[in-house]
Design a binder for this molecule. Structure first.
Ligand code: COA
Length: 723
């Protein structure tokens, strides 16, 4: 049994014991169930304390069990038994009480907690609802509004707030078991049936239909396309509309439907993928287990543009003082204004108090003197994408900074070695690629160079967590993983335009799929000049002309539309004209007939006959081209597991979690189908190199292997004999 039963001073103490987080697997549930029945039977026992080992109460149901059919008593069986007990039961909480953990606690007669505790119902984040009475009991403790908020967002609630809401009866200090025993003994003379009644018969005020409608509108716009938040609202509203028992039964049915849904399966995959990617390894052999991160107590950022300013903000709001360097006072002042504005916005959103924001700002030391960085532990360079400039900066930093300082570059495409070789400390040079807007986007793509040490990698992986990002380690190549995969995706979108589609058709297809924003809207946000400059730079490097009227460029298919839009002065949202037009800086994209004419003229001049392209073809071409690139990335060892690619797309490009990420999506479609389509498009578009099929994809399309083993096949850790 994974719950210890001991007796102290006539009180039964049931301790959940399932490392590392006391997940409520079937054996743990059975342990609690047996424990309370034993305590109830024993005339020497006066009361019961339920608590958890290893400093935490319980992180909820064991997510791994959702795919199988493990049985045993369910949380509501435990709850029903406690409801009929005459002896008082208290949940004594430290650490976390999440999901099923909180549900068990809500079935106890009382809940006490340490001040540091966090409670919550995070099931919605894995595509579920709280299926152990949570949607019925929590609203009775907190009222509908709070319960709707907790259950539909999955956010954690700190102990003191939870106490105010009525979830926790008392905040305590000291040893939680001792406190639990003391508390529950003081309740031995109270009629427990009255306490239970309180949790079964609460009446709600307010118009239920209005509350329901408002909550539905909110979750539909906030979690577009996701089913679970909608079902959560329904179930919470049921708690008010239905008799208690009927509510519990209906919740169970909803839970089972969601558990078997493709969205929940994908989100459960994503949950474990996010944890799998923390187990990084370098080709040289260093890994997350053996490498020790260096402390980062002070930092520096070079470049106070939107990117650098945002990075500095991430550091100071996480308590790491930062020296922000710009080349002149004018640029520095402008950068500081951006940081200040962003801090203000954080205050407006209620994420920081004015006091906290002020304190953060004092941690920022602006300067125009790069020599001020000499004693910092880590520097992040965030100047514009120019190799010569970056090498000059790294050469300087190498000279200025103490020998322990780690030097990071926020390059989005340049090889790490090409920058690291400007220093005599290549083992301490690493890529830290942030995504715009850098303060908001969660992905941190950390890139190792040939000589980057495991200690340096461990440091930036830990730093990523500290500044509340999702750090993923990848190898170095042009564009790394994120932008390298984005390239064929965006190129196919442009080819679709010149073959017959329009920006709004393409974007609608993507958004119907679940992307929060379309490809051309993103392009307008980052600016068309960026795409144009990247192309111009590639042409310059190759020593060729960038020809907008040629269908070929560097031996590959070319679409000159971006050059034509740039030439027509369409820079994107910043000047109100890009693939769409905009009435203001915050305005929505509006279809612009001028762009349609421009595209049609482009086709006429090149003799391209336009045709109707169906949404399936648009989706397939953009996604399969990018997935094929993902397999090439695995094949080249730039990622060690497919999960890394999926996490990059979820947190870097907002791929919907309920679709698991592009590689997971590929696994659901079937690699055989994907491979055949890639071959078909390769034949149809022979001048698009991204359609050359990945040999790993070819290999895996012939066998049936779970996604978790694709990386092993790519790296020869798993030999596939069947071919
Ligand atoms: N079921 C199964 N395994 C779980 C789990 C759960 N409910 N919660 C955590 N774990 C596992 C993780 O997979 C991880 O395993 P690993 O070390 O093999 O990768 C380990 O426990 C530690 O979790 P991690 O998230 O890395 O630790 P943390 O300290 O950063 O966060 C929690 C702790 C509890 C906040 C976080 O794990 C969490 O949110 N868990 C899920 C809670 C949940 O959704 N409950 C409802 C389930 S229906």
């Amino acid at each position: 049994m994974m719950a210890d039963y001991t007796v102290r001073d006539q009180v039964a103490v049931i301790e959940l014991d399932n490392p590392p987080v006391n997940a409520l697997g079937s054996a743990v549930r059975a342990g609690i169930y047996d424990g309370i029945r034993k305590a109830d039977r024993d005339p020497n026992i006066k009361a019961v304390v339920i608590c958890g080992k290893r400093g935490t109460f319980c992180a909820g149901a064991d997510i791994r069990e959702f795919d199988g059919g493990k049985n045993g008593p369910w949380i509501t069986d435990i709850g029903d038994f406690i409801d009929n007990m005459k002896k008082p039961v208290v949940a004594a909480i430290e650490g976390f009480a999440l999901g099923g953990g909180l549900e068990v606690a809500l079935f106890c007669h009382y809940r006490i907690a340490l001040k540091t505790v966090r409670v919550g119902q995070p099931e919605v984040q894995i595509g579920l609802l709280p299926g152990g009475g949570g949607t019925i009991r929590l609203p009775r403790a907190t009222g509908l509004k709070n319960a709707l908020d907790i259950i539909t967002t999955g956010n954690h609630v700190p102990a003191e707030k939870a106490a105010k809401m009525g979830i926790i009866d008392q905040i305590v200090t000291g040893d939680i078991i001792e406190e639990g025993i003391k508390f529950v003994k003081s309740k031995c003379n109270i009629d427990t049936s009255l306490v239970c009644l309180r949790m079964k018969t609460v009446k709600y005020s307010g118009d239920l239909d209005d509350i329901s409608e408002a909550a539905m509108t909110k979750v539909k716009s906030k979690f577009k396309g996701a089913i679970a938040p909608i079902v959560c609202v329904k179930s919470v509203i049921n708690s008010a509309k239905m008799p208690y028992e009927k509510g519990i039964d209906t919740e169970k049915e909803h839970f089972q439907d969601l558990r078997h849904s493709s969205q929940s399966k994908a989100m459960r995959y994503a949950f474990f993928a996010e944890r799998a990617i923390t187990r990084w390894q370098l080709p040289s052999g260093g890994n997350y287990k053996t490498a020790k991160p260096l402390p980062v107590k002070t930092s520096g950022v070079i470049g106070a543009g939107t990117m650098g300013g945002g990075i500095a903000l991430c550091l100071i709001t996480s308590g790491i003082p930062c020296i922000l360097v710009e080349q002149n006072q004018q640029f520095l002042d402008k950068g500081l204004e951006i940081v200040k504005a962003q801090l203000m916005r954080t205050v407006q959103l209620g994420k920081l108090s004015t006091e906290q924001a002020k304190k953060c700002f004092t941690m920022l030391k602006p300067t125009t003197n790069i020599e001020d960085l000499k004693n910092v532990d880590l520097v992040i360079e965030a100047v514009y994408e120019d190799l010569k400039l970056k090498r000059e900066i790294f050469e300087k930093l190498d000279r200025i900074c103490k020998s322990e300082t780690i030097l990071c570059t926020n390059t989005s495409s340049l090889h790490i070695d090409s920058i690291a070789t400007a220093t005599k400390r290549q083992s301490k040079v690493v890529g830290t690629h942030f995504f715009a807007p850098s303060y908001i986007m969660k992905l941190l793509e950390n890139i190792y160079g040939t000589k980057t040490s495991a200690e340096t990698v461990a440091t930036v992986m830990k730093l990523g967590k500290t500044i509340k990002k999702v750090p993923v380690l990848v190898g170095s190549c042009t564009g790394f993983v994120a932008n390298r995969m984005l390239k064929p995706y965006s190129e196919e979108a442009q080819y679709c335009l010149e073959e017959g589609s329009t920006p709004s058709i393409v974007d609608t297809v993507l958004m119907d799929f679940g992307m929060p924003i379309g490809n051309f809207q993103v392009s307008d946000l980052s600016g068309l000049d960026i795409g144009f400059r990247i192309k111009r730079e590639a042409a310059r490097k190759a020593g060729v002309e960038l020809s907008k009227n040629s269908r070929f460029f560097l031996g590959q298919r070319n679409c000159g539309l971006i050059e034509k839009l740039y030439e027509a002065g369409r820079m994107g949202k910043k000047n109100g004209k890009g693939w769409y037009k905009y009435e203001s800086l915050n305005g929505k994209p509006i279809v612009d007939p001028e762009v349609t004419m421009l595209i049609e003229e482009h086709c006429r001049s090149l003799g391209i006959e336009r045709r109707n392209i169906g949404s399936q073809e648009i989706l397939e071409r953009m996604q399969y081209a990018m997935i094929n690139e993902g397999f090439k990335i695995l094949e080249e060892g730039l990622c060690t597991m497919a999960e890394e690619i999926d996490v990059i797309w979820i947190y870097g490009f907002s791929w919907p979690k309920y679709m698991g990420g592009p590689m997971y999506y590929a696994s659901q479609i079937g690699l055989k189908k994907i491979y055949e389509k890639v071959c078909y498009y390769h034949k149809t578009f022979p001048y698009s190199m991204h359609w050359v099929p990945s040999s790993l994809l070819a290999k895996l399309s012939q066998i049936d292997l779970p996604l978790s083993e694709w990386g092993d096949v790519a790296q020869g850790r798993k030999l596939v004999n069947k071919l």
